[in-house]
Design a binder for this molecule. Structure first.
Ligand code: FES
Length: 261
């Protein structure tokens, strides 16, 4: 047994920030993803809050609307001069900001905490790491409630696309491009929402067994579909973000500003 004076002192190795044995460019992905999210955020802020006069366009009988403003609601108490897009933007914003995959992206890209697998953290937590158990990140636990709102939004975007088809959106010349991109927006938004982890849990999470008939069988089959979609959740996250962006640019610049007419 050692006494304090006999104890062996090991050399203190100073930990280096981001120390790792990875030989790849691990920093590239969070950097690109972070830059894309920043660009998207600035564009969305400008499109929704500032340039809110040019979000839709009528071509003959067909009404095209940017997905940022869909559903297009009007409320009498809303102050004049304030963008109507702000009435509901908190719903898709909250859904995306609390998405499990988005959390991974922005924790890595913006906080570098951790910046990647097998990479040392930027700062030591000294045993006081609370993660999402205390403010502000505990708010991320409301993601399951945002799911229901996003589910309704996905239905609205899909209904809008179907209505465009029936209005003749594919035979309006330049409007055909807007119809197609709005269709892709509805498709990828729906896939993004249906592949959500909360959706998977709501459908099959509380089942103790998956055998049996009726509702149990239906839930199990649905859960297997959602589980398959869930494996590509990250892909749908980026695709849906990108099609929203392209659809807004197409409607706003192509049609509303007349660059394609
Ligand atoms: Fe990503 Fe629900 S986990 S949207």
């Amino acid at each position: 047994m050692f006494t304090m004076s006999e104890a062996i002192l090991l050399p203190v190795v100073e930990e280096k920030r981001f120390a790792n044995d990875r030989g790849d460019t691990w920093w590239l992905r969070p950097t690109i993803q972070g830059a894309y999210l920043i660009l998207f955020g600035f564009y969305a802020m400008w499109a929704v809050a500032i340039d809110f006069e040019n979000y839709d366009y009528e071509l003959g009988d067909v009404h095209f609307i940017s997905p940022f403003f869909n559903p297009d609601i009007e409320v009498s108490w809303w102050p004049e001069g304030l963008s109507p897009g702000l009435i509901l933007i908190w719903a898709p914003l909250g859904f995306r900001a609390t998405c499990y995959y988005a959390r991974k992206v922005y924790y890595r890209a913006f906080f570098w905490d951790p910046p990647g697998c097998a990479i040392d953290e930027a700062r030591a937590h000294d045993g006081n790491y609370r993660g999402e158990n205390k403010a502000p990140f505990i708010i991320n636990n409301i993601h399951r409630y945002f799911f229901f709102l996003a589910f309704v939004l996905a239905i609205i975007h899909s209904a809008e696309f179907i209505s465009l088809i029936f209005q003749g959106g594919l035979s309006t010349g330049v409007g055909a491009g807007a119809t197609i991109i709005l269709g892709l927006d509805a498709l990828f938004l729906s896939l993004y929402v249906l592949s959500c982890h909360s959706c998977k849990h709501i459908i099959g999470g509380s089942m103790n067994r998956n055998s049996g008939g009726g509702l149990r069988k239906f839930r199990f089959k649905s859960w297997k579909i959602v589980k398959t979609l869930n494996e590509r959740h990250h892909v749908y996250f980026w695709l849906s973000l990108t099609t929203i962006l392209i659809a807004d640019i197409y409607v706003r610049f192509g049609l509303a500003y007349g660059l394609l007419l």
